[in-house]
Write a protein that binds this ligand. Structure first.
Ligand code: FES
Length: 172
């Protein structure tokens, strides 16, 4: 038969332990248990290896074989919200289609070899560099990986930048 806390407290009172002492001991016991649980959580955190990996998991979108993209070409991946731009030297960059001015979607103009924003006419070259303001910085980009000749884009990691730099290009 289960006894209530009050019954136990009353029995203990009759055994010589008063109610205040009983609840004081109960609170101490609960405090010790809570302390042990917190210690266990801290120890498991530091020994699980989770603290070592602060990078979010990759969300890889397979774009296709590297040799399917000609130098100087731009291919739209609207589902991933990027353009895969292959430079004349063969380097790849996955450009966000979001204009860095106020966020409208840019389109690629093949005949002028530039991205144009329909909202306020910002323009960007094939590397995403600003050709025409009001946008003040280059199009953002997503990391590109080339594994076994296949181009993959990590659409979970948007990289912001002020300007284009050569090391942003990835080669097969
Ligand atoms: S949002 Fe693109 S130019 Fe303003």
């Amino acid at each position: 038969m289960k006894k209530t806390v009050q019954e136990i407290a009353e029995r203990n009172t009759s055994d010589g332990i008063n109610r205040r002492d009983f609840f004081g001991m109960a609170w101490k016991a609960l405090g010790i248990l809570a302390g042990l649980e917190a210690s266990g959580m801290i120890i498991s955190y530091f020994f699980s290896g989770k603290n070592k990996n602060t990078n979010p998991p990759k969300q890889l979108l397979e774009a296709g074989p590297a040799n399917a993209f000609l130098p100087g070409s731009v291919t739209a991946f609207m589902g991933g919200r990027f353009y895969l731009a292959r430079q004349q030297d063969g380097g790849f960059i996955a450009l966000s289609l979001r204009c860095t001015h106020l966020g409208c979607s840019v389109s690629w103009e093949e005949n002028k070899k530039r991205f144009i924003c329909p909202c306020h006419s910002s323009a960007f070259d094939i590397r995403g560099e600003v050709l025409n303001p009001p946008a003040a910085r280059a199009l953002d980009y997503y990391p590109v990986l080339i594994e076994n000749g296949v181009v993959k884009v990590d659409i979970g990691t948007l990289k912001e930048r002020k300007t284009f730099r050569k090391e942003q290009l990835i080669y097969a």
